[in-house]
Design a protein around this ligand. Structure first.
Ligand SMILES: Cc1cc2nc3c(=O)[nH]c(=O)nc-3n(C[C@H](O)[C@H](O)[C@H](O)COP(=O)(O)O)c2cc1C
Length: 165
């Protein structure tokens, strides 16, 4: 049965549920901050441009981690695999969930997590004010892929995997 509504502050849960009908992957974004390496689980990732190579993701202004990512000159965006749920859940809860992973620091001090289906090392290019989020556009400096890693999928607030049909 179809339902229709006007998106108002009172029904942002319904808007969130409608957004959730779009299947995404799950990423973990990392950066260096004053209090050390930080990470966050995010599904607001989108590819933007091939030439120049650009991507975006959106930290929420209400997040305690927002300012660390918005002020960072560099970040890494990791597309997460089905073997990396501890990291996905860890970085949904805390900015410092690195103990669940094999990682190293880039030359810019950005944590780079190993074993991800895809990883994009970026320089922050634009910061766009957008309602209750900030849109961060990154210039992609390096790409690392792991062809054998299966991609984690997020749909309707639930985690799954992709089956081609
Ligand atoms: C699947 C998933 C996707 C998420 N996507 C985003 C996102 O795109 N942007 C964001 O700011 N937070 C996102 N979050 C929420 C953060 O991971 C984290 O839970 C939140 O920032 C916690 O609040 P804090 O930063 O104040 O500790 C997502 C969480 C999950 C589980």
């Amino acid at each position: 049965m179809a339902e229709s509504f006007l998106p108002t502050p009172g029904n942002s849960r319904a808007l969130r549920a409608a957004f959730g009908r779009f299947a995404t992957g799950v990423t973990v974004v990392t950066a260096a901050s004053e209090r050390g390496p930080v990470g966050i689980t995010a599904n607001s990732f989108a590819s933007v441009s091939l030439e120049p190579p650009l991507l975006l993701w959106c930290p929420a202004k209400l997040s305690r981690r927002h300012d660390a990512f918005v002020t960072a000159k560099h970040f890494a965006l990791h597309v997460m695999g089905t073997a990396q749920d501890a990291l996905i859940w860890g970085f949904a809860n805390t900015a410092e969930a690195f103990e669940h992973s094999d990682w190293e620091l880039s030359e810019h001090g950005v944590p780079l997590i190993a074993g991800c289906p895809a990883r994009f090392e970026c320089t922050t290019r634009d910061r766009l004010d957008a309602g209750d989020h900030t849109v961060l556009i990154g210039q992609i400096d390096r790409v690392t892929t792991e062809a054998d890693a299966e991609v984690r999928v997020f749909l309707d607030s639930d985690y799954g995997h992709f089956v081609a049909s």
